[in-house]
Write a protein that binds this ligand. Sequence first.
Ligand SMILES: C[S@@+](CC[C@H](N)C(=O)[O-])C[C@H]1O[C@@H](n2cnc3c(N)ncnc32)[C@H](O)[C@@H]1O
Length: 262
Amino acid sequence: MGTLTDFATVGPAYTAHSRTARGRLRHDLVARRLLAELPPDPVRILDAGCGDGEMTLRLAAAGHHVTAADPSADMLARTARRLIARPELDQRVRLLKAGIDELPADGSHFDVVCCHGVLMYLADTPGPYARLAALVGSGGLLSVLTKNRSAIGFREALRGDYPAAHHLIELGADTSIGNLGLATRGDTADELDRLAAEHGLTPLSWQGIRVFTDHHDDWNPAPDTYAQALETEWAASTRDPYRQLGRLVHTLARRGPAGATP
Ligand SMILES: C[S@@+](CC[C@H](N)C(=O)[O-])C[C@H]1O[C@@H](n2cnc3c(N)ncnc32)[C@H](O)[C@@H]1O
C-alpha cells in the first residue's frame, strides 16, 4: 500500500465526512475520553496530522496550547480558516507544516501527543509510533486513533455487501476501503498497546469507536436520537465484546505510572 502525504485531493471529502453525524460521533467520543484524561490546567499538546483542525480547536477551546502539525498545506489552510472564525483560540494554536517524519527531534517534549486518523494512511505503524512516543514527556500521554483491524469486514457485512465482507473476513485482511474511498490499513489495540510498552509507555484502557452506527451512510438523526446514540456508543466503547467491533480503535498510553498526570 502506498502512503498518502498530500491530502489536497481528498481534503473536501474529508471535511464533508467529518461534518456528518457519523464523523461527529467519532470526534465526540474521542474528545470526551481524551479530555477526561487531561488536567484542568493548560498543557502542551501536539496534534500530529491535525487535518482540518477539529481536535486542535476542541483542545484549544478547553484551554490547552496546541501545536497543529500536518504535511499538507491544504489541510493546514483549512485549520487556519477555522481559527480565523475563532479568534479567541488564536493565541493557543501554532500551525506547523510537518509530517510525523519531520517533527522536531531536538529533545522537545509535549504533555500530550495526539495522532488521530493518520496511521491508517501510512505504510507501517511501528516507525511513526516510535517517533510520536519519543515526543511524549514525563507523565505525558500518547493518544492514537486508527482503523481497527479486528473489525475489518464488519461495516461491509452490515451494509449488506456480503461478497466484500466474506472476502475480507476469510482473508484476515489488514486493509479495506475507508470513508474517503482510499485503501486504509488497520491495527489492533493489542499491537498498539504492545508498541506503547516497548517505548516505555503504560497503556490505559482503549476505546472502540463507532460500533453500532458505523455503517449508516446517510445518517441524519434528530438531536435527541443523536444524543441517545452517542451515550450508547460511549457505554460500548470501553466494554467487551462491543468495543472489539468498533470501526476505529483509540488507544491511550502514559509515560510513567498510569495514574500520573502531566
Ligand atoms: C483523515 S485526516 C485526519 C485528520 C485529523 N487528525 C482527524 O482526526 O480528523 C489524515 C491527515 O493525516 C495527514 N497526514 C498524511 N500523511 C501524514 C504524515 N506522514 N504525518 C502526519 N500527518 C500526515 C493528512 O494530510 C491529513 O490531514
